[in-house]
Design a protein around this ligand. Structure first.
Ligand code: ADP
Length: 171
C-alpha cells in the first residue's frame, strides 16, 4: 500500500472512503466529525442513527470501525472509527492503532481501494500530534490490506510539516 501525506479538509477528498474520527454515540460531534456530518448531509446522519439503534445501542466501541454511505461528499463511503482520549497515566496507543487497523479491514470489506484518514484522536481527544502521526504511519505501514493508497490528511500546515518530518525519520 502507498501511504501519502496531504494537507486540507478531508470532506473534499475524492477517494473511495474517508475515515471519520467519530464520536462513540455516532450522532455527530465537533471537529472532523461535525464537518463530515455537515458536508455529507442527511444520508450520513440517518444511516448513523440506524446503526446506533440496531447494531450499536451502547455506541461504537473505541478502536472499532463501521462504514456508511457518504451522502453529498465526493467520497463513496465514510468509515467511522472512535479514537481513544489521551491520558497521561494510561497507555491507550493500542486502541489508537486499532482505529487504523479496523478502518483498513472495513475498507477491505467494502472494496475501497483509496482511503483518506484524519489524524484520529489529535483534536478534541488531545493526543499529542507527533505521537498520533507516529502511531498512524507505523500502523498503516504494517497492516496487511488490499487498499492501494492511504492518504493521511493533516488539517493545518504546521501539522502537515510535522508529519513530513516524522515520515522522513521513519523512512
Ligand atoms: P478527535 O475527537 O478524535 O480528537 P477531532 O475531529 O477533534 O477528533 O480531531 C482529529 C484531527 O482532525 C485533528 O488533528 C483536527 O485538526 C483534524 N481535523 C478537524 N477537521 C478536519 C477536516 N475537516 N479535515 C481534516 N482534518 C480535520
Amino acid at each position: 500500500m502507498d501511504i501519502e501525506l496531504a494537507q486540507g479538509d478531508i470532506t473534499t477528498w475524492r477517494v473511495d472512503a474517508i475515515v471519520n474520527a467519530a464520536n462513540h454515540t455516532l450522532l455527530g460531534g465537533g471537529g472532523v466529525d461535525g464537518a463530515i456530518h455537515r458536508a455529507g448531509g442527511r444520508a450520513i446522519v440517518e444511516e448513523c442513527r440506524l446503526l446506533r439503534a440496531d447494531r450499536y445501542p451502547e455506541g461504537l466501541p473505541t478502536g472499532e470501525a463501521v462504514a456508511t454511505t457518504a451522502g453529498d461528499l465526493p467520497a463513496r463511503w465514510v468509515i467511522h472509527t472512535v479514537g481513544p482520549t489521551w491520558a497521561k497515566t494510561t497507555d491507550k496507543s493500542e486502541l489508537l492503532r486499532s482505529c487504523y487497523r479496523t478502518s483498513l479491514a472495513v475498507a477491505d470489506e467494502i472494496g475501497a481501494a483509496t482511503v483518506a484518514f484524519p489524524l484520529v484522536s489529535a483534536g478534541v481527544y488531545r493526543w499529542p500530534k507527533e505521537d498520533a502521526i507516529v502511531q498512524a504511519l507505523t500502523t498503516l505501514g504494517s497492516t496487511p490490506t488490499a487498499v492501494r493508497t492511504a492518504t493521511l490528511v493533516l488539517y493545518d500546515e504546521p501539522t502537515y510539516r510535522l508529519a513530513e518530518q516524522v515520515a522522513a525519520r521513519l523512512a
